[in-house]
Design a protein around this ligand. Structure first.
Ligand code: S3P
Length: 439
C-alpha cells in the first residue's frame, strides 16, 4: 500500500525449479466471500481466504461498518453477517488500499445504503478509472461524486432502480458492482458483457441463496432478496500460480507440481497461450471439484517456446497474466504479438508501458502499441527494472531473472503483498534465485 516501506529484489539464476508447491487463495473470490458473508443473515465461514493486503482491506472496510470478523487461523474467517439492511455508517473514509476490485464492488454496495460514505485508495488506485462503475450506477439512481472519474468516490446513499446494461468493456468488476447494487434496487438488474468474464459474483450469490440467472455473457437478478450465511472454500489463485507456470517452462531442467489450482475457464487463458507457444503443462483434475469451477494439480516441465500472434478472444481470460506472458514471449524464439489488450493500461500500473520498459532494460527488443505490444524473443541480460509498485510486474521480473545472464534488480516490490504475501520465500523454496536487496 502507499504507506508500505520501499523494498527491492535481486533475482538471478540458480538452477532448475523443482518440487511441489501450493499458492495462496484466490483474490477475486476472497474479496467477494468477505462482502457477501458480511451482507448475509447469519454466520459464514470462509476457508482458504487470501491473507493479502487487498482482501484484508475489504474486510477492514466492512469492519468499519459494523461487521464482526474472527480469524481463528491464517486463511480462515468467521464472518458475523449483518444482513442487507445491517451496515452502519462508517466514521470516516473507507480505505481500499491498492485494490481496484474492492473499490469498484464497494461502489455498488454503498450506492444503495441509507448513509453516505467515501472510498479512498493508494496512489495507484487514485489514478484508476471509476467512470465505468459511476456511469451505470448513476443510471440506477446512485449519487456519486468523484474528481473527474477518479477516486476518492463520495457516495450519497440513494434508492436505486434496476437496469438493463450492456458493458462497453468486458469487466467482471463492473458487472459485479451492478449485480451487488441490484440486490437493493427496485425491479430487475440485467448485465450483458461483450465477452464473458469471471463469474464468481454470480456463483457466490447463488451459494448465499440469491436467485440469479446467468450464462456466459449475461446475468440477471431481481432486487429485494436476502442472503443466507454459508460455508465457502476459496480455491487457490490461478494468477499467482501463473508465475510458477511460466518460470518452470523457461528454466531448463525444471519440473514443478502446483497443487489445487483454481481452473475457472475465464481465468486460464494463459494455459492456452503457453501451450500454443510449445509449453509442456499437464492438468490433473482434483476429484470432487465441480465441472465449471474445477481445481487441478498442474505439472509443468521446461520446454522451448516459440512466438505467436495471441488470439484476441482469449485476452479477457488471461487479463491478469500479461506481465508473465510478456516474459515468456521475451524468452521465446521469434515474435509474439499482443492486440486487443488496452485494458492493461489501466491496471495497477500501465502494464504495457512498464513491461516494455523493463524488457528493454534487459536487452529485449519490443514495441508498444495502443492496445498491446510486439515482443521479439531474445537473450535476457541482467539489469535494473522498475515495477512501478505493480505486484504482478514485480513477480514477472522475478521470473525473468531466472533466465537472465546477469542479476535483475527489481525496484519497488512491496506491493507483492497485496496479492501474494510470501511469494519470495515460496519461490526460493522451489529453486528461484531471489533475495531482498540492501537499499
Ligand atoms: C477482477 C477483475 C479483473 C481483474 C482484476 C480482478 C475481479 O478486472 O483484472 O484483477 O475480481 O473482478 P476487470 O474486471 O476490470 O477486467
Amino acid at each position: 500500500m502507499s504507506g508500505a516501506a520501499r523494498q527491492d529484489w535481486v533475482a538471478g539464476r540458480r538452477g532448475p525449479l523443482t518440487g511441489t508447491l501450493r499458492v495462496p487463495g484466490d483474490k477475486s473470490v476472497s474479496h467477494r466471500a468477505v462482502m457477501l458473508a458480511a451482507l448475509a443473515d447469519g454466520i459464514s465461514r470462509i476457508e482458504g481466504f487470501l491473507e493479502g493486503e487487498d482482501t484484508r482491506a475489504t474486510a477492514s472496510v466492512f469492519a468499519r461498518m459494523g461487521v464482526r470478523f474472527e480469524a481463528p487461523a491464517a486463511g480462515v474467517r468467521i464472518v458475523h453477517g449483518v444482513g442487507v439492511d445491517g451496515l452502519r455508517a462508517p466514521d470516516g473514509p473507507l480505505d481500499c488500499g491498492n485494490a481496484g476490485t474492492a473499490m469498484r464492488l464497494l461502489a455498488g454496495v454503498l450506492s444503495a445504503q441509507a448513509f453516505d460514505s467515501v472510498l479512498v485508495g493508494d496512489a495507484s488506485l487514485s489514478r484508476r478509472p471509476m467512470r465505468r462503475v459511476i456511469d451505470p450506477l448513476q443510471q440506477m439512481g446512485a449519487r456519486i461524486a468523484s474528481s473527474d472519474g477518479l477516486p476518492p468516490l463520495r457516495i450519497h446513499g440513494a434508492r436505486l432502480h434496476g437496469i438493463d446494461y450492456r458493458l462497453p468493456v468486458a469487466s467482471a468488476q463492473v458487472k459485479s458492482a451492478l449485480l451487488l447494487a441490484g440486490l437493493w434496487a427496485d425491479g430487475d438488474t440485467c448485465v450483458h458483457e461483450p465477452h464473458p468474464t469471471r463469474d464468481y459474483t454470480e456463483r457466490m450469490l447463488r451459494a448465499f441463496g440469491v436467485a440469479i440467472d446467468y450464462a456466459p455473457g449475461t446475468a440477471h437478478l431481481r432486487g429485494g432478496q436476502r442472503l443466507r450465511a454459508c460455508e465457502l472454500r476459496v480455491p487457490t489463485d490461478f494468477s499467482s500460480a501463473a508465475f510458477f507456470i511460466v518460470a518452470a517452462t523457461l528454466v531448463p531442467g525444471s519440473a514443478l507440481r502446483i497443487e489445487r489450482v483454481g481452473m475457472n475457464p475465464r481465468r486460464t487463458g494463459l494455459l492456452q497461450a503457453l501451450r500454443a507457444m510449445g509449453a509442456d503443462i499437464e492438468a490433473h483434475a482434483v476429484d470432487g471439484s465441480d465441472r465449471d469451477d474445477a481445481v487441478a494439480d498442474l505439472v509443468v516441465r521446461h520446454a522451448p517456446l516459440h512466438g505467436i500472434d495471441l488470439p484476441v478472444e482469449i485476452v479477457p481470460d488471461m487479463i491478469d497474466e500479461f506481465p508473465a506472458l510478456f516474459v515468456a514471449a521475451a524468452c521465446a524464439t521469434g515474435t509474439t504479438v499482443v492486440r486487443g489488450a488496452a485494458e492493461l493500461r489501466v491496471k495497477e500500473s500501465d502494464r504495457i508501458a512498464t513491461m516494455v520498459a523493463g524488457l528493454r532494460a534487459l536487452g529485449i527488443a519490443c514495441e508498444e502499441s495502443a492496445d498491446g505490444a510486439t515482443i521479439h524473443g531474445g537473450r535476457l541480460r541482467g539489469g535494473r527494472v522498475d515495477s512501478h509498485g505493480d505486484h504482478r510486474v514485480a513477480m514477472a521480473f522475478a521470473v525473468a531473472g531466472q533466465r537472465a545472464d546477469g542479476d535483475v534488480r527489481i525496484a519497488d516490490v512491496a506491493n507483492v503483498a497485496t496479492s501474494f504475501p510470501g511469494f519470495d520465500a515460496l519461490a526460493a523454496d522451489v529453486g528461484f534465485g531471489l533475495r531482498t536487496a540492501g537499499l
